[in-house]
Design a protein around this ligand. Structure first.
Ligand SMILES: C[S@@+](CC[C@H](N)C(=O)[O-])C[C@H]1O[C@@H](n2cnc3c(N)ncnc32)[C@H](O)[C@@H]1O
Length: 370
């Protein structure tokens, strides 16, 4: 458990220091392979912001190097002295290696590479990883990691969430394919939403809800602050982190599945949504669109604009719908949403039952393709 002196650091690091389970990486990657078995074939995959000695990203891609048909796997780590949270012990793997350097280990990043069968056992796998210290601390923005990015075809990681905007711009400026974790709030970022709208990036295969069970570093973890957690068979502390989703620009099948829709009348009559049953489809007061309280209520017989909850993005099929814009903030202003009864650029409607004005929670505006 964290002692008092490192609690502050632990809090600051909380958003950046949680780790991904092997099964979650495997499940997600398999969805891309199902769509296209050659997704990773002959590709160089870079795993930046990783901790390759024990990261499940490195473990997964190294163990599946041959199955995926990779050309090269590169994984880099960030020096402990540069991290927000500095409680660190070098691993036995590092200490037992002739390259181990007590000074470098705290201030330098590391690079792990897999390209060939180094031990002559006829396979390329995790035992063939070769490593050395980087020149710098392994910051993804450093010149040497940028160079590795430029050499890569696909970038996969769980980046520090505090630097998510910067991280995704870093990938996109190099025009790389990617599969990364992030918080779903990022869909609202002005750097991210327009790209989703233009179908340049999208949500991964994993469903939007439920968050993700992540591995928490033991030193940072404070059980008194967490309602639910468990310890897995390896002794890792696992906590569910709400809102964690995959962002990608790699094709997967779920993204091309059409949502099955019913007419407005049938949704009200046979659907289970209480709000819809009570008040029907209401038109916004400050924008020409109707409000849809849940994804399952999206009607088949409305050709105009629909305001739907964010979770829609987890079901979005670009052949079925186009994304018109966001329901609140600067991006809403751009599509002509005017100030509501609270003086904010945010969708609002008059509830037909109570006669009162109301704002739905966080809407994305979409339209059915003809
Ligand atoms: C959320 S953790 C995920 C680690 C790993 N990818 C995983 O899920 O197993 C993000 C990692 O990025 C590191 N990090 C923070 N800032 C960084 C930066 N500027 N450049 C590279 N790595 C950074 C953090 O120290 C942390 O180890």
């Amino acid at each position: 458990m964290a002692n008092n002196s490192n609690l502050g650091a632990a809090k600051a690091a909380k958003n950046d220091e949680f780790y991904t389970q092997y099964a979650d990486i495997q499940k997600e990657v398999n969805a891309y392979l199902e769509y296209n078995p050659d997704t990773f074939r002959n590709k160089t995959v870079l795993l930046p912001c990783d901790d390759p000695e024990w990261s499940n990203f490195t473990r997964f891609f190294a163990q599946n190097f041959e199955r995926l048909g990779l050309r090269r796997l590169i994984s880099t780590s960030y020096a402990v002295e540069s991290k927000k949270y500095k409680n660190y012990q070098p691993t036995l793997f590092e200490m037992e290696n002739p390259l181990f350097d007590i000074d470098k280990t705290r201030i330098k990043g590391k690079i792990f590479e897999l390209t060939r069968d180094t031990n002559g056992n006829g396979r390329i796998d995790i035992d063939d990883l070769e490593w050395h210290y980087l020149e710098g601390d392994g910051d993804f923005r450093s010149k040497e990691v940028c160079q590795l990015r430029d050499e890569a075809d696909i970038i996969v990681t769980n980046p520090p969430f505090s630097l998510f905007r910067e991280f995704i711009s870093w990938i996109l400026e190099a025009e790389k394919q990617f599969l990364i974790l992030g918080n779903f709030n990022a869909v609202h970022y002005k750097e991210v939403f327009p790209l989703i709208q233009q179908n340049k990036i999208w949500i991964g295969n994993k469903s939007f809800g439920g968050g993700m069970d992540m591995i928490m570093p033991k030193d940072i973890f404070d059980p008194s602050k967490v309602k639910k957690y468990y310890t897995d068979e390896r002794g890792n502390i696992i906590q569910n982190i709400m809102g964690v989703i995959w962002f990608t620009n790699i094709e997967h099948g779920r993204r091309h599945e059409f949502l099955k829709l019913m007419s407005k009348k049938d949704n009200i009559r046979f659907g289970n949504n209480k709000t819809l049953k009570e008040r029907g489809y209401v038109h916004y007061d400050n924008f020409d669109a109707i409000d849809v309280p849940a994804i399952e209520c999206i009607p088949s017989d409305h050709d105009g604009i629909l305001g739907v909850p964010d979770a829609f993005l987890g079901k979005y099929c670009p052949e079925q719908f186009e994304i018109i814009g966001l329901g609140a903030g600067d991006l809403a202003k751009e599509i002509g949403i005017t100030k509501n009864y609270r003086g904010r650029t945010d969708l609002s409607y008059t509830d037909p039952v109570s006669g009162k004005s109301a704002c739905p929670y966080s809407r994305i505006l979409i339209r059915k393709k003809q």
